[in-house]
Write a protein that binds this ligand. Structure first.
Ligand code: ADP
Length: 191
């Protein structure tokens, strides 16, 4: 299996790039944000609980997200590998992922981080909010999501840097340019 994490602040383009990477490398795209939004639409127990946090731009509790991830992980263990998008988002989630992949005789090969300036993030998210009506894409919530990213999520970088698996990628420019940059890193890692 070849597993990677696509990482970066809200609005950095993780979802957009994941769709392309998934096609090119034949990987399973595991987006915790998408799974949570799906649970929310179906009004499952998890969805109802998660909504409270998501609407404020806060993180859903680790144990809920971890339980949900485990299920999808086990359902796809016969695949070529995963693109983790939106997970891990805390140090605890990072450790959990490492240990559970090791138990299954596999691992994360790279954490690809999309670096994007704050003004650009806000612009992209407000734009997306207008187009999709996503309830957390409004200015008051966006500011908190970016803050939560810096406070709780950015430490995940350190976790991967220590294992020599941290790859920063310039996330400014066109979708094609950014995709090319990501592919170049992946080709290096696969070698
Ligand atoms: P973005 O990266 O644009 O903020 P996501 O779709 O990845 O959007 O996530 C939306 C929301 O879902 C987050 O603000 C958070 O509330 C929740 N969420 C997603 N993934 C996780 C996770 N791994 N841990 C905790 N909460 C999560």
């Amino acid at each position: 299996m070849f597993n990677i994490v696509i990482f970066g602040p809200p609005g950095s383009g993780k979802g957009t790039q994941s769709v392309r990477l998934k096609k090119k490398y034949g990987l399973v795209h595991l987006s915790t944000g998408d799974i949570l939004r799906d649970a929310l639409a179906k009004k499952t127990g998890l969805g109802v609980k998660a909504q409270e946090y998501m609407d404020k731009g806060e993180l859903v509790p680790d144990e809920d997200v971890i339980g949900m991830l485990m299920k999808v992980l086990d359902e796809n263990m016969n695949s070529n590998g995963f693109i983790f998008d939106g997970f891990p988002r805390t140090g605890k989630q990072a450790l959990f992922l490492k240990e559970n992949l090791e138990k299954r005789d596999t691992m994360i090969y790279a954490l690809l981080t999309l670096d994007v300036e704050k003004e650009e993030l806000i612009k992209r998210l407000i734009d997306r909010g207008k187009k999709t009506g996503r309830s957390d894409d409004k200015l008051s919530v966006i500011e908190n999501r970016i803050k939560v990213y810096h406070d709780q999520t950015a430490p995940v970088i350190e976790f991967f840097r220590k294992m020599d698996k941290y790859y920063p990628v310039d996330g400014m420019g066109t979708i094609d340019e950014i995709f090319d940059r990501l592919c170049r890193v992946i080709e290096e890692v696969i070698k």
